[in-house]
Design a binder for this molecule. Structure first.
Ligand code: HXC
Length: 257
């Protein structure tokens, strides 16, 4: 698949996707989002891949949707082409997606990071939802995901005033799983992805599904869902291997299909 706006590489069972439009701080134009969606779906369908890392560059993960592309659009235009629909592809990926964020993650860039399963942040990361400066609001889930993640007061402040959050604040607010020195970001993300990719592909996919369910349903429903997907794991070779390896005091070997 020839892509212009993303760069990809595969290391073992980990796929790395780098947003690659540095001259525009990785502004997420239509073509970039199409390429990203296609590539994510391809890796999701590839049994050799166990986890995906999504990153940008030192200066920006992504500075948002492409403002210049949106500038001339009217309400009928955006209603008709529904360009945001493409943004949701990432939420349909069954394999873990880790966002490795350095520099700006603003607007749609922050929303894209929040659609990933884990956000690792460099100490240079800056998160924000500055759409209000443009006379609009977040449109790819920001008002919902940021609020669930950091709570109402902080989300309101960021969305209403366009204030950015630095990496330390993002960690305190539980927006990111942890902060690492910028120089170590990609290594840490790739190590984490490799660790996940070495585990049972079925258990990993089901664990992701179950955690995500917690956003959609009540606690009682969620716990019932968890049980209903926990029990069938006892029908897998990975459960037999994982538990046998523990009993035999050896490392488990989980096969990728
Ligand atoms: C298009 C962008 C862009 C964007 C930066 N650029 N962000 N182009 N869309 N979102 C371009 C600039 O125009 C400039 O191009 C080049 O990238 C470098 O940016 P500078 O502004 O010169 O860099 P700097 O002075 O370092 O400032 C960095 C910045 C600023 C603070 C991140 O670029 C900025 O405020 N960007 C916009 C952030 C934003 O409002 N994001 C939300 C977008 S709306 P030239 O050609 O001049 O060199 C959104 C809605 C999502 O995301 C809804 C869901 C679809």
């Amino acid at each position: 698949m020839a892509h212009e706006m993303i760069a990809t590489e595969v290391q073992g069972a980990v796929a790395l996707i780098r947003l690659n439009r540095p001259q525009a701080l990785n502004a997420l134009c239509d073509q970039l989002m199409r390429e990203l969606g296609e590539q994510l779906l391809a890796y999701d369908a590839d049994p050799a891949i166990g986890a995906i890392v999504l990153t940008g560059n030192e200066k920006a993960f992504a500075a948002g949707a492409d403002i210049k592309e949106m500038q001339g659009r009217t309400y009928p235009d955006v209603l008709e082409d529904d360009f945001i629909a493409k943004w949701e592809t990432i939420t349909r990926i069954r394999k873990p997606v880790i966002a490795a964020v350095a520099g700006f993650a603003l607007g749609g860039g922050c929303e894209l990071a929040m659609m990933c399963d884990i956000i690792l942040a460099a100490d240079t990361a800056k998160f924000g939802q500055p759409e209000i400066n443009l006379g609009v609001i977040p449109g790819a889930g920001g008002t919902q995901r940021l609020t669930r993640q950091v709570g109402k007061s902080k989300a309101m402040e960021m969305i209403l005033s366009a204030r950015f959050m630095d990496a330390a604040e993002a960690e305190r607010a539980n927006l990111v799983s942890r902060v690492v020195p910028a120089a170590d970001l990609l290594d840490e993300a790739m190590k984490l992805a490799a660790r996940i990719a070495a585990l049972s592909p079925v258990a990993v996919a089901i664990a992701k599904l179950s955690v995500n369910r917690s956003y959609e349903v009540t606690l009682a429903e969620g716990v019932r869902f968890e049980r209903s997907v926990f029990m069938p794991l006892f029908g897998t070779a990975d459960q037999r291997e994982g538990m046998a390896a523990f009993a035999e005091k050896r490392k488990p070997r989980f096969a990728r299909r």
